[in-house]
Design a protein around this ligand. Sequence first.
Ligand code: PLP
Length: 484
Amino acid sequence: MQSTRSNYTASDTAAVLQGIAPDGGLFVDPDIASRPFDVAGCLQLPYIGMAEKIFSHLLPGFREKAGEIASVYPGKFSSEKITPLTKVGEDYALELYHGPTSAFKDVALSVLPLFITAVKEMEGIEKQISILTATSGDTGKAALEGFHDVPGTDITVFFPDDGVSPMQKAQMVTQVGSNVRVCAVRGNFDDCQRGVKEAFACFGKTAREDSSRILSSANSINIGRLVPQVVYYFSAYAQLMESEKNRFGDPVDFVVPTGNFGDILAGYLAREMGLPVGRLICASNANNVLTDFISTGVYNRCRPFLKTSSPSMDILISSNLERMLFYASRGDTSLVSSLMQSLNTEGTYTLTGEPLKRIQSVFSAGCCTEAETSDTIAELWNQHHWLSDTHTAVGFSVLKKYRADPAYTGNPCVVLSTASPFKFPATVLSAIGGIPSPDEFETAFLLSEKTGIPVPQNISDLRKKPVLHTDLVDKSEVVSYALS
Ligand SMILES: *Cc1c(COP(=O)(O)O)cnc(C)c1O
């Protein structure tokens, strides 16, 4: 693995453990497109087998453990296919939310703790691994669920006090485990993420460790988060072939509700590995920094931070875009460094020339308003009897706009469905003409009654659970809390 900002390299096990490179860059595999991968063979396998193949290819340092790690899914996911593909009108929804916290982040965070304990075991590391994570809502709970009571690790999660849904907050503050801390921050997600990055920088200049512990991250800046997400692009493609909609080689477009650019980057990695992915459509809510960037090359975070009904996408600094800049510039680390420097000091940068053209040749982008999100939920329910959460609805709304775009391919389109509608019951119920109760749980049951779809058990169980975490800090205190 190489850093996006210099020629610093690390083994894959070290990259997973460190999370972020010492120069502040993110770890990337510079040769991903040139190392041969048996795509056709991989597509024949069930999900677990695909995951084993892909983990071994992208993180060869974990090869001997890959099969064991991949077999965690059946016990954690309620669907036999793990990430089932459902036909919705002419298009498809890839349901990524059948895991323990009803969000797509479970796919990666069910295995990240296993990657980390595998490194400890393979390399005989005795120090404690401390995980620091900032969350816009879903990462926090999925990471807590993955790491609680894992021996030799502890985890601290920061979330914006006023920036997550009531259900997301309830999920986090009721988390059990002897090694977990959950802390609300007076600030937004970017403040939480900045605090965590600073804590890393303060902790150790190069090794990110002291005499007793090693600091690591569960955010999608960790390459161990991205690799598991590559698998479901293959699974979606295989499921389309099974349904005889597609023959091997026919391109498929993917629409991805995007925040930190992690999920969609995993699609790009799948494409680089040779999966026949056509276009990747980046869908944003009203926080449309990425829509502007992909169409103009200007990334500008100096704009109001808007709170929307799709809070996990309320992000103005999309960390993983840095990896895309690396690939688009063919590994020009000095360009990436200077763009990131400019983002840090000016809040903006501009990409031009060939690198921008390369991005535009693969990615389309669009955004939608709150009203469009809600109308889309209604339309999907009324026309297709498929219940969408708010984030997924952003994807379907942008898909509609993409069909009118000159870049539209006519390929089959798969929308990544990133959360269960029961995580955002008030918005979803209002959208389909119901009246939410002031009580979020009551609203989830009303939504279930109206649609005939059961509330996922992890959400209905929350109501009975006691609140265990009440810490609240200012954004300036994130670093000291993190390192305490
Ligand atoms: C995190 C999240 C996203 C955005 O994913 P990124 O990898 O940050 O782009 C979209 N939808 C939901 C429900 C999420 O939790």
